[in-house]
Design a protein around this ligand. Sequence first.
Ligand code: COA
Ligand code: AMP
Length: 631
Amino acid sequence: MSFKEQQVKAKNSAESYWLEQSELVSWYNAPKNILSTNQSGWTDWFADGELNSSYLALDYHVEQGRGEQIALIYDSPVTNSKETFTFIQLTELVAKFADVLQKQQVVKGDRVLIYMPMIPQAVIAMLACARIGAVHSVVFGGFAAKELAIRIDDAEPKVIVSASCGIEISKVIPYKPLLDDAIELSSHKPSSCVLYQREQLAADMIDGRDEDWDTLMSTAKGIAAVSVKSTDPLYILYTSGTTGKPKGVVRDNGGHAVAMLYSMKNIYGMNTGDTFWAASDVGWVVGHSFIVYGPLMAGCSTILYEGKPVRTPDAGAFWRVCEEYKVNALFSAPTAFRAVAKEDPDAALMKDYDLSHLKRLYLAGERLDPATYHWLKDKTQLPVIDHWWQTETGWSIASTPFADGSNEELMLTKAGSAGLPVPGYNVEILDAYGEALPANQQGTVAIKLPMPPGCLTTVYKDEERFKSSYLSMHDGYYVTGDGGYFDEDGYLFIMGRTDDVINVAGHRLSTGEMEESISGHSAVAECAVIGINDTLKGQVPFGLVVIKNGIEMTDEEIAAELKGKVRADIGAIASLKDLIIVERLPKTRSGKILRKTLRQMIDGQEIEIPSTIDDPQVLEELSPRLTNVTS
Ligand code: COA
Ligand code: AMP
């Protein structure tokens, strides 16, 4: 079927289209009920299907005779180590760790929180949870103790799996003190923690709570995958919303498996035995979908890269990995390639490597800016595909598809565009009243319900928030939180968030969370954090702070303390660029801070001053201080 035919079929006959796609999955019990509505009014996909996501990613391939094929490649320039695992080896390790979890009293439906760096044990722990029907919740290693504590309290894990340390460029980050602090801060306490001791740093263990990974594995016996319902949760992944509290995106098993296999074939054009590399982190959705589940379910070799695009050791790192493992498709964030282009503008280091196996480059996490698109296309001479998605969907909403289903001939890519809506996603651009806008007019990007398989099923323990965040703005639509437009050829341009979420080096962060951290300082009366443009990281946070009367600290001292506080509360990834101390913040008469206006002033754009502004004089006072802000 051509792409266009697929789009039409998925729109007009969603059930039969997805029934066909579901046949890619090796179910224990194949579903007959394809699309149904559950008690909370949301779509259930494949409700009566039964399967196991760990079985699909591992045992299934061993049964198919691919046991000796490499499943997982661990490449770690920061520790100078490399390791490969065949499907047989990975299955054995996962089956054993599933036994470890069971012996820690983890049963189907229990949550297991995984706070780990990019090491194979993280993947093993995720797949072991899936094997016994436990629900994993991976927390990105860059988050600080307070953020971790919030997630512990929300997910209420029975067990936490962690490691002694993470390794960043030339520095060791001790994870264990962060974990201990987080458990101290949280109201919920796990019954045990399983800790993987890395040779770079040994962690102190707490008697009666902490268990050693290697010791437990040495006596573990491999156990088989259990059957779970299609609608049973596979994982919870927290993502930033507009408030200080992250949202626990819940993913099911069945819809997710179908979406993963569908994506590997139709979006990435991968075949069994190919090598797929998503240079991301298992703490983000890209890592869940396309380091772990997608490639393994599709019988591909996947790469777990513990390094950076630059400085580990140089800007040729990505090309070195592509050559060494004969990577067929590479997926990364635009910021990574901006870092490479900055250090090696002529891509001289690329010439040292044989990239003949590399067919296509995929970019996501933020908009692929036209300059980086052209640089990549020019230097690699490969198709460069920007594709748009979010934690909530788990796979791409828009991409540049193959024209005819042969997985060879791509449709046209356009600089600055995330491509065409993928079959199953009925994307519309709406105005404030929910009316569809014509081509070239920017509005809210929304998806007409039902969503295709694999998308979030709810916000964990918060049905109301699920509805208010995504469904209540426009009846019958999921609202993505992004703004954008279609051009006259139906290509979608995603131009940025319409809410207070920002994207810093491909990491989704909430300015509300940073404001909460800053407001928590005793000297602060009020503050606003906005995302400002940055040539490397896309956006970086910038703060404006009003100080209480009578505080005897210099502005510099306060700024340094506040930057340190954001780092300690959220993590180094928050990278608060700078902050200034101001007399007043611009607000509407109802007290809402005019963040968009502030952003426009800093970015030198035309300023839209809302008619509801309380005192326009505030903007005039601020103007000279904001025009000098550069990133
Ligand atoms: N654990 C602990 N700390 C972490 C971390 C982790 N997993 N990841 C990042 N950090 C820390 C860094 O060490 C750094 O700390 P510092 O300020 O003390 O030096 C800080 O967080 C900021 O890191 P980062 O955002 O990575 O910036 P950078 O300047 O070190 O590197 C890039 C810039 C562009 C090379 C890097 O951000 C990058 O590779 N981005 C790609 C991101 C990506 O793949 N996102 C997934 C989307 S698909
Ligand atoms: P996350 O949930 O962390 O994956 O972040 C999702 C958000 O990142 C989206 O809502 C967009 O704002 C942004 N994003 C991701 N991919 C793209 C893209 N290809 N183009 C534009 N924005 C993107």
